[in-house]
Design a protein around this ligand. Sequence first.
Ligand SMILES: [Zn+2]
Length: 412
Amino acid sequence: MTHLSTLRVNGDRLWQRLMAVGAVGETARGGSNRQALTDQDQAARELFLGWARDAGCSVRADAAGNLFVRRAGRRELAPVMTGSHLDTQPTGGKFDGILGVLGGLEVIETLNDAGVQTDRPLEVVVWTNEEGARFDTAMMGSAVWSGAMTLEDARALTDRAGVSVGDELDRLGYGAAPPPAPHEVAAAFELHIEQGPVLEDAGIPIGVVTGVQHMSRHRIVVEGEECHAGPTPMALRRDPMMALARFLPELYAVADAHAPDGRVTIGFIDARPGSGNTVPGRLELTVDVRHPDAGRYDAMVWACEAAVAEACGTLGLPATWTRFWHAPGVTFAARCIDAVRAAVAITGHDHLELVSGAGHDACNVAPLAPTSMIFVPCRDGISHNEAEWATPAHCAAGTDVLLHAMLHAARA
Ligand SMILES: [Zn+2]
């Protein structure tokens, strides 16, 4: 038997499978369109399940359409889990999610080839509707599995044509499967492309992901009074734009005060009535605030809200601040992060420790099982785009790290 630390995945086989899945629902510009629970999504799942069965794995589905592929361990213990998603955005890429699923299968194939048995079973999961593109709830399947969302609420989600998740689950044969329920998991790892530019910029192939940042989005509405742009002297106006001119620099100053990790984004702004010669009577904008550290994140939100209140108060303009979206941050389990660090040491790859700027299925697994993530670079940091690209070498490097992290965690 090969010495375990010298074990490496078959990068060619992994790449061929990435390209084969990417060809299902392939777009004209080389991306993929496999939205959740479509025939294309199902075809990619069948392709994956065929390979998994050929690799000797047992296969089960739950009523949310989540797929669990398992390689038996030496003992009947809680498994080491990995996986991600096979669905894509309408103009998605070949790597977001898919690498995490096929990387998990490649770990199993590599162990089969080398004749290595693990104490614990290994499990590869395909979570349903991670993207939330067709049905507007991201990370749906993992949320239902974890209990963060009910199956009934998931089934009731509809796409723009009025077709429900429930209709599609029934049509594709998942409706009769056992209801989703979390099982005991010894450790969980998710391999994913970074979806940002940090690793590529640093020229480093592996990200050891220590958590997911705190994020929330807020709606600000400032009320003023519409009046004519000509006859009304500046001093007599009730102009919400004057408040904006005061608080906008303050919002960016909050991000600066929490650099380099703080993020403040004003992504939407609307003045009414929207006429060039009328002082607006109403201003609406959104502020997205993010930081990996809970205390600093809270401080940023508080400072942004205070800056808006101060500017509007000074001008005597009524203003409201409403949080309409919130994703609490996640701190991954120290022992899973340590397992990834140990795997990085075995494989000899350079690495950076970083915090994910986006949400992943791992966020739903983390409250129930020790969890962490591994990132690999993607070209120009681009994702959710047909141009999304990761190199064969980086895909293989990330999967090697996944292999050794899973081996580490699979010891009884
Ligand atoms: Zn993803």
